[in-house]
Design a binder for this molecule. Structure first.
Ligand SMILES: Nc1ncnc2c1ncn2[C@@H]1O[C@H](COP(=O)(O)OP(=O)(O)OP(=O)(O)O)[C@@H](O)[C@H]1O
Ligand SMILES: [Mg+2]
Length: 254
């Protein structure tokens, strides 16, 4: 199932468990590997733990269990390096944009890494052009439309040139041509990718392997098409069929 099976996994997670402060058990023993060059889709119902899981991959959350990224165990002394390696696109763009202008947001990670300001700005502007946002460089992020914010956060993640891309619902708010362009852009990037998405068409176009989350666990693995069939995981009824497929209710697989 791997796109290019080779050597050690880039990400290795074993028996990861996490409880939020209010007692919600969001991850209940997740094990997962990501290998170099592969793209894995993460599917599953609302509230099944997908976002909680990916927030562990660069240490924004810390649960019990093992998380190893590029051979580095997730612990305080490795955090900076792990965050450089893993580019995380947040599900909510508003959580990722905090600078006075779009171009400063996109250049931020480069500046933190010691890239000279002029070089960082040049690079940031080039990446903004790649996501179709060149005209918005000097605008405040909070003035952007939802889709423009999504493009800006994508640019910020890509500009940092991480080894691994972890994208939580990257297509949300994007218009259809922008979704297509995103697909082409992602397919052209060599990095290993984890893509959380409810858009199974998008997932199928980009990922050969998918995992299915339910109640904080990975309960199945296969191709997107296999998981879609197994769980009736489709947003639209077939033409002429007004009833949802049997077993299609979120959280109740057949
Ligand atoms: N900050 C929080 N405090 C308490 N519970 C939380 C918090 N964030 C998420 N949860 C709970 O943890 C569980 C997993 O949430 P998570 O956001 O990981 O789901 P998800 O699979 O990403 O869902 P979606 O498809 O809606 O994005 C849910 O029950 C959710 O209500
Ligand atoms: Mg989520």
């Amino acid at each position: 199932m791997r796109d290019s099976a080779s050597g050690e996994p880039l990400i290795r997670v074993r028996d990861l468990r996490f409880r939020y402060e209010d007692g919600t058990a969001a991850l209940d023993g997740v094990s997962f590997d990501l290998y170099p060059g592969e793209t894995v889709a993460i599917l599953g119902p609302n509230g099944s733990g997908k976002t909680t899981f990916v927030l562990h991959l660069n240490g924004l959350l810390r649960g019990d269990g093992e998380v190893i990224v590029c051979g580095l165990r997730l612990e305080k002394r490795n955090l900076e390096e792990i965050r450089r390696r893993v580019g995380l696109l947040f599900q909510d763009p508003d959580e990722q944009l905090f600078m006075p202008t779009v171009v400063e947001d996109v250049a931020f990670a480069l500046l933190c890494r010691g890239v000279a300001p002029a070089e960082a700005e040049k690079k940031a502007r080039a990446v903004l052009a790649r996501v179709g946002l060149e005209g918005a460089a000097t605008r405040p992020p909070y003035h952007l439309s939802a889709g423009e914010k999504r493009r800006a956060t994508l640019a910020a993640v890509l500009a940092a040139e991480p080894d691994i891309l972890v994208l939580d619902e990257p297509t949300t708010y994007l218009d259809p041509p922008a979704q297509r362009e995103l697909l082409t852009l992602l397919a052209s990037l060599p990095q290993a990718k984890i893509i959380v998405t409810h858009d199974t068409e998008f997932a199928e176009a980009i990922a050969r392997r998918a995992v299915f989350f339910q109640r904080g666990r990975i309960i199945a693995e296969g191709s997107v098409a296999e998981l879609r069939r197994l769980y009736g995981w489709t947003a639209r009824p077939a033409r002429g069929d007004t009833t949802a497929p049997e077993g299609a209710q979120p959280g109740s697989p057949r």
